[in-house]
Design a protein around this ligand. Sequence first.
Ligand code: SAH
Length: 347
Amino acid sequence: MKTSLYDFNYDQMAELALDFGWKAFRGHQIFQWLYRSRVFNIDDMTNLSKDTRELLKEHYIVNPLTLVKKQVSHDGTTKFLFATEDGSLLESVMMVFDYGKSICVSSQVGCNMGCAFCASGLTKKKRDLTSGEMVAQVLYVQKELDIEGDRLSHIVVMGTGEPFDNYENVMNFLATVNHDRGLGIGARHITISTCGIVPRIYEFAKEHTQYNLAISLHAPNDELRDKLMPVNHAYKLDQLMEAVKYYGEENNRRLTFEYILLKGVNDQDIHARQLSKLLKGYNAYVNLIPYNSVDEKGFKSVSHDEAMVFYDKLMKNNVRCTIRKEHGNDIDAACGQLRIKEMRKSE
Ligand code: SAH
């Protein structure tokens, strides 16, 4: 397997050029070809000599992903199923908002976090995605948008996988797409979502990036969170909230708590009260998420009216919140569903 040139951030690309005995400027040129001209073939890098291109081709490729399947929803949501060089499947989703177009990127092949409601965890983690494989998801979709003269304005790392279980590669990927000589997607337009790996939250807080942080909470007490999210056995709610507080103090940024409303499970009056108490004093808001039902899991989503009742209860307790708009509910939109379906076909 050859390495993808997408694995190198701007500074690393300059080092790569130096390693070949070239000037650092050649790294800059390659970066321009990848992120401004967005070529997929090294041969298209026409200001490099033929020898240089041949040498690059001996060691590297550009795009490490192949499109396997694409599904387009009536609301514009588009799902991409990709295969890696070693034949693993992964998904990315492009969503259309009034503020722009956003891509949901996968960070691992499968996931080990084992959340009770999630389709991604139906298959264990096979491996971490490389930084280049994450860059490639964004570039592939951006290249499709190039045809219409459009662009991705936002990135959420909320696809299959736990980004804080693949920390370095995720940070390297974001450095490239955020770099002003890369895709130049603003840090405040980038969101990383974690199920709550506490040591990584501290590490992230200390980096003082401008990326947004979202915490998948989904339960307001340990007993319920233990059942829904095994990560809670390792890091209890008080540890999580302590880490989140530290992040807030270090970064002076508002953060998001994600809360899927599961009918009869975490949507009762007591949960609204516990949640309000838990979040008191935090500079945060809650994103209430309609559940995308996953056949194997047995959970049910609440109706819009039921979600509004929960929303009102939080608002009354001065917890800011929003209800996430559903996207692509006519296609296999829940994280990892398309991938699972395709894998089952070949079993
Ligand atoms: N592992 C990370 C990021 C991937 S999951 C995390 O846990 O945050 C991204 C978000 O989608 C999480 O909040 C997750 O709990 C949620 N999610 C998972 N399955 C879902 C489903 N079927 N419907 C709605 N949201 C789901």
